[in-house]
Ligand binder design. Structure first.
Ligand code: HEM
Length: 539
């Protein structure tokens, strides 16, 4: 075969591979293998050129380069034409490059500010925006209940949830039946009785936090660090019956640094699960290595907990018991590790970031701090969680913060069922990935009066200011909703009450809190910017 014919075959193979193979199904789990296959194919073609066409090594390599790039150019050209001209989502508006590749999104998210990018896209393109070849971001107020709510809701979790395979716990199951079964095991750890025992732990750690603040006196203190120490220690207690001793040692545990480094990958790379898999399976970069160290550390916590007998019942107790009863403790190892990661990441960073935003807004609005102090001063026993649960201003503040700063700002992607679905009045084809960004939805003018303002009263006295509550789902909805919701709310209420009743809080000198918003990063969970505060005991 002459060289021109070889190039022709290579080009035709590229087009056929796209149309017969890659266009169907999911490929992210094979990304590393495909990369290796490409390198092997290059070598094989070069060997063929040397052996059968009698070329020197250098010419064989050059010929192989030309053949392989012809194959790849035709493969990608076919993809581009298909995605821009023939794709089922071609009628939805969006940035031109987004139609072609999700790499566009990676390039735009390198600063981990996907929440702001999506807000800009909403302003430019409207309620339905094509943000990827096969992805729509939907800003219609009722999108969250449509894609999440209801026992027979047909929307599923897309490829992104495979990122940590094989460490797949409750937070990542894509198979509905497996998730349902596993959730029933987790439910034992979240009964009213279990929550009461966790509440006692919240008190212990909130008091430790208060001690740290008292010892610091009226000097500036990092709210980011303090709340992280607290949420991480208390989560260690709920999850494994042990503290990670951040509050005792008054410094960040190495694991928190690993979480933040590992999660920083999710900011830019969430849009491209195949790239996450390549990074995850080939951890050459520092952040990917930190992610692996974090996974190892979480797995060790679970292994150590399995070995250790504890008196009180923590979440792990129910998970370990569940597997032990079925006699599958060994087989369930990676699920238990996945759950360990889920508990630590889902339960600690979310609460810490919410507390940072909450204190930022309270200090920015001293009138609300005073109103809250008055409410707490006359509330009776503020150590009683049922009392806190009923305080209108406290709960208004917590809700308003979860609205303005949802701890999962844009994450929680879903996929339409194979037959497609009607979403907020428009038909969306099957197997389309749907992003419904809480950050933008809960700031929609059509749903909330004065949407960017901090108005806690909208949740009790000024309820007309909530025009459409469907846009507010900080803990998600439906079968995959946050199992830790009541625990998180108890933590938020108690820590806020304990500190606000005792202290007048202000910004540290030279600060106005602008970094909290300005440097907020969307890394699946929200990471607010720096906040330094001063706590002065109330007279
Ligand atoms: C302010 C605090 C918190 C917020 C705003 C929050 C929010 C969320 C959201 C939005 C989801 C759905 C994610 C998705 O669709 O992929 C979720 C799931 C989850 N959260 Fe939370 N969370 C918080 C605290 C906690 C705590 C304290 C725990 C304690 C264990 C926890 C455990 C979980 C778990 C296990 C899931 C997965 C549930 C499932 O898929 O069945 N979260 N959370």
């Amino acid at each position: 075969m002459n060289f021109k014919a070889e190039l022709l075959v290579a080009g035709a193979s590229g087009v056929l591979c796209h149309n017969l193979v890659f266009i169907h199904g999911e490929w992210h789990m094979h990304a590393t293998s495909l990369l290796k296959l490409s390198a092997a194919s290059f070598a094989a073609v070069a060997a063929f050129e040397a052996a059968y066409q009698g070329l020197s090594l250098a010419s064989a390599l050059a010929a192989s380069g030309e053949i392989c790039s012809t194959y790849l150019s035709c493969l990608f050209a076919s993809m581009v034409i298909y995605r821009t001209v023939f794709h089922r989502l071609r009628h939805f508006p969006g940035p031109a490059l987004a139609k072609v590749s999700k790499l566009w999104h990676v390039a735009r998210c390198l600063d981990s500010k996907n929440h702001l990018l999506l807000e800009r896209l909403h302003r430019e393109y409207g309620d339905f925006v094509r943000t990827g070849p096969n992805e729509l971001t939907i800003f219609a107020p009722n999108v969250l209940p449509t894609i999440l709510e209801g026992p027979s809701n047909p929307f599923s979790k897309p490829a992104w949830y495979d990122s940590l395979q094989p460490y797949i716990g409750l937070t990542n199951h894509r198979n509905r039946k497996v998730h349902e079964r596993h959730r029933r095991v987790w439910d034992h750890g979240f009964t009213t009785q279990a929550l009461q025992s966790y509440q006692a732990q919240i008190k212990v750690y909130a008091r430790q936090l208060e001690r740290v603040i008292a010892d610091n006196g009226p000097k500036p203190i990092s709210a980011n660090e303090c709340f992280c120490w607290f949420s991480f220690d208390v989560m260690g207690q709920f999850a494994f019956s042990k503290s990670f001793n951040n509050l005792r040692d008054r410094k960040l545990h190495d694991a928190i640094r690993m979480i933040h480094s590992g999660m920083s990958l999710t900011g830019p790379f969430t849009p491209v699960p195949w790239l996450i898999r390549i990074g995850f399976e080939n951890p050459i970069a520092g952040m990917a290595r930190d992610l692996h160290r974090l996974l190892k550390w979480c797995s060790e916590q679970m292994d150590e907990r399995i070995e250790r007998n504890v008196d009180n019942l923590d979440i792990s107790h129910y998970l370990i018991q569940g597997s032990a009863k079925r006699g599958t403790l060994h087989e369930d190892q990676t699920t238990l590790y996945g759950d360990a990661i889920g508990m630590i990441v889902a339960g600690s960073d979310t609460t810490a970031s919410t507390l940072v935003s909450l204190f930022y807004r309270l200090v920015q609005h001293p009138e609300h701090m005073r109103k809250l102090q008055e409410e707490l001063d006359t509330a009776g026993d503020v150590e009683d969680f049922t009392v806190l649960q009923k305080l209108p201003h406290l709960n208004g503040i917590v809700n308003e913060i979860l609205r303005l700063y949802p701890a999962v700002p844009t994450g929680g992607l879903r996929e339409t069922p194979p037959g497609g679905a009607n979403i907020c009045g428009r038909f969306v084809p099957g197997n389309t990935i749907i992003c419904a960004p809480r950050y933008t939805l809960s700031r929609l003018d059509s749903c909330f009066e004065r949407p960017t303002e901090f108005v806690p009263e909208r949740w009790y006295r000024r309820t007309e200011m909530v025009r459409n509550k469907n846009a507010f789902a900080p803990f998600s909805l439906g079968r995959y909703n946050c199992i830790g919701k009541n625990l998180a709310l108890a933590e938020l209420r108690f820590v806020t009450a304990l500190l606000v009743i005792k202290y007048d809080v202000s910004f540290a000198e030279g600060e106005d809190g602008k970094f909290v918003d300005g440097d907020l990063m969307d890394q699946f969970t929200a990471t607010p910017g720096r906040l330094r505060l001063v706590f002065r005991e109330r007279k």
